[in-house]
Design a protein around this ligand. Structure first.
Ligand code: ADP
Length: 665
């Protein structure tokens, strides 16, 4: 076995790799950026080395620095994880040139599969079915429009250098083709420095089904069955499972063989994934699946394959990289049960999945049979704006699909996360969605069901606010030595019962409360009773809660104290309740104008107004890009631009003032 490994990655995947490497007796070497100095993976590794400032291009993407650390620490191998440098030809080459084993395929295989057009041409020669379309060199709009016509609408324009759904446009009719082409090319140029595109048939009722392959250096290539990754949002995977619902043994054998052929065609070594798109209009059919691309690395969703095969894919990667032959042949492999993975993200489904950052005030996962949690953070850590905001992968395994999905839903329900907003309630609803449970879904499922999945703006949770205020008071009273505990439930008689015992009539106190950072007026009344207990009633949104009474005590895990207040959890939703500081006057809004602040850390990529411009409420003023997504900032009121505080191209911090509007009033 290899003596040691440097992990050129961070977060959950770095932790996951370290775990296996340690089990195999390898020395583990982490590299980290300034933002990660206290991260879990840094603590777990035998040694850790700082490689630069937080932005990835100055740290995790620095090939020279990472190779330098590898040489200095005499690392026998480098595992690139996924993302970052994992599919960079130059990185694999640099490892080879420096005598370090790259735990991945040869640079030539990465290169061959790196561009979608070349990859399609190559696997087509190996008789692997590809999506009908044009993937040649010609790029003039007229020619491509003609090809789109021949292919037949709807078509998909894809950046040949694409990844992460960038530079991809669905076009439904000829009239829209030119505009879509232009914007796809522009996005591709910006994202990859390569504007070239291909045009292919848009597959209807598409199912994303991928095959995990493994190859060793002795010419053995096998597949480890399929994963279904059709639950997607903006072409990004949300929930993945194995095996695919509706897959037949025949079709699995045919797809598996095609995947193995594709891997052979590039002299593949190690773990790889062949992604196919299947036309699901009439269920899965062996003559209706097509190659999309090959990912020449370990995938985020590899745990579902591990769950159904009982294999450790990272261990296999190390064994293959050190020259061992695969310890099994295709016939030795079998599927055991069903596994599902959910990607738990710091993002706000109620605000178009805006990435959310900040401190994790609480983070607790359930444990149990058939459950696996892969995470790279713990309570007290910060979700920073610098990297992918995934908090954890929650993976459930069961004898049947139903069992696995129920187990996953239950685990999500028991998970406690407080701080950044998360998609946990959304994921749980997905696991419980009827059609999905019945295996009736395609890649458009999430988009079609946003409302029922709860991905829409919600009213303030009044009960959570009342409980939050009570918690704040309980905390305050505890400090003063009063006996107090939160109770919730039906309120049979708010005041009457206590009259006889009161030293004085209930005093009324007013308190201003911030809910999710916004001011509200929550009413608060309190009284002291003879028994030295305290009774407090909070009124908000027409309901009442008590701090004392014969009611059920509220689950203490639902309240997470923060530095300025409390976060109340209910059904995966978070309500932040904090006292409003009356001296924290909002001067920006004092004149009735509006200040447009950056909603998150990111880059100001476009500005559509200048000082003196008149704007209307709702008008687009600027675009901030964060975590690979663009967010438009609009005018909160009619007005005139009084000040512009940042220039396009600038990095902006969350809450930074960008534009100030002056209004007539
Ligand atoms: P990227 O590399 O940018 O992630 P992919 O080629 O992997 O792009 O495609 C991403 C997703 O886009 C797929 O999972 C699928 O949902 C959708 N997609 C890709 N090609 C097609 C197609 N021809 N028809 C329908 N959907 C497609």
């Amino acid at each position: 076995m290899l003596e040691s490994v440097l992990i050129a990655n961070r977060g959950e995947i770095a932790c996951r790799i370290i775990r296996t490497a340690k089990r195999l007796g390898m020395r583990t070497i982490a590299v980290y950026s300034e933002a990660d100095k206290n991260a879990l993976f840094v603590q777990m590794a035998d040694e850790a080395h700082l490689i630069g400032p937080p932005p990835a291009r100055e740290s995790y993407l620095q090939i020279d620095k990472i190779i330098e650390v590898a040489k200095r620490t005499r690392a026998a191998s480098i595992h690139p994880g996924y993302g970052f440098l994992s599919e960079r030809v130059e990185f694999a080459q640099a490892c080879a040139e420096n005598g370090i084993v790259f735990v991945g395929p040869p640079a030539s295989a990465i290169k061959a599969m790196g561009l979608k057009d070349a990859a399609k041409a190559l696997v087509q020669q190996a008789h692997v079915p590809v999506v009908p379309g044009y993937h040649g060199a010609k790029q003039d709009p007229e020619f491509l429009r003609q090809k789109a016509y021949e292919v037949g609408y709807p078509v998909l324009i894809k950046a040949v250098a694409g990844g992460g759904g960038k530079g991809m446009r669905r076009v439904d009719k000829a009239a829209d083709f030119d505009a879509a082409l232009e914007s796809a090319q522009r996005e591709a140029q910006n994202a990859f420095g390569d504007p070239r595109v291909l045009v292919e048939k848009y597959i209807l009722s598409p199912r994303h089904i991928e095959i995990q392959v493994f190859a060793d250096k002795h010419g053995n290539v096998v597949h480890l069955f399929e994963r279904d990754c059709s639950l997607q949002r903006r072409h990004q995977k949300v929930i993945e499972e194995a095996p695919a619902p509706g897959m037949t043994p025949d079709m699995r054998a045919i797809m598996g063989k095609a995947a193995v052929e594709a891997a052979r065609a590039v002299g593949y070594v190690g773990a790889g994934t062949i992604e196919f798109i299947a036309d699901g209009r009439e269920g899965l059919r062996p003559d209706r699946f097509y190659f999309m691309e090959m990912n020449t690395r370990l995938q985020v969703e590899h745990p579902v394959t591990e769950a159904i095969t009982g294999l450790d894919l990272v261990e296999l990667q190390f064994r293959v990289a050190s020259g061992e032959a695969l310890p099994f042949s295709q016939d030795d492999l079998a599927i055991n049960g069903h596994a599902v993975e959910a990607r738990l993200y710091a993002e706000d489904p109620e605000k178009e999945f805006l990435p959310s950052t900040g401190k994790l005030w609480a983070l607790e996962f359930p444990e149990g049979e058939g459950l696996r949690i892969d995470t790279g953070v713990e309570a007290g850590d910060e979700v920073t704006p610098y990297y992918d905001p995934m908090i954890a992968k929650v993976i459930a395994h069961g004898a049947t699909r139903d069992e696995a999905l129920s187990r996953l839903a239950e685990a999500l329900g028991e998970t406690i996360v407080a701080g950044p907003k998360t998609n946990i309630a959304f994921l749980k609803k997905l696991c419980e969605a009827k059609e999905f449970r019945a295996g009736q879904f395609d890649t458009g499922f999430i988009d079609r069901n946003m409302d029922s999945l709860g991905a829409v703006a919600h009213e303030i949770d009044a009960q959570a606010v009342r409980l939050g205020v009570l918690k704040l008071i309980e905390h305050e009273f505890e400090e003063r030595g009063y006996k107090a505990a939160i109770y919730e439930g039906p309120v049979p008689s708010p005041w009457g019962d206590h009259d006889a015992f009161q030293l004085s009539g209930p005093r009324r106190e007013g308190m201003t409360i911030k809910v999710d950072g916004e001011r509200t007026d929550a009413g608060l009344e309190w009284s002291l009773s003879a028994s030295d207990d305290v009774d407090v009633v909070v009124r908000f949104g027409g309901g009442v809660s008590h701090l004392l009474g014969d009611y059920l005590p509220a689950d203490p895990r639902r309240f997470v104290l923060t530095d300025d207040g409390v976060i109340v959890l209910s059904d995966g939703r978070q309500t932040r309740v904090a006292p409003h500081d009356p001296f924290d006057v909002d001067l920006e809004h004092a004149n009735g104008g509006g200040t447009i602040k950056a909603p998150m850390h990111g880059k100001l990529i476009a500005l559509f107004v200048k000082p003196g411009d008149k704007v209307e409420k709702g008008q687009r003023l600027a675009i901030v890009e964060a975590m690979k997504m663009e967010h438009a900032l609009t005018a909160p009121t009619d007005g005139e631009v009084a000040e512009i505080a940042a220039e396009p191209g600038a990095q902006v911090a969350e809450g930074a003032r960008l534009i100030v509007l002056k209004t007539e009033a």
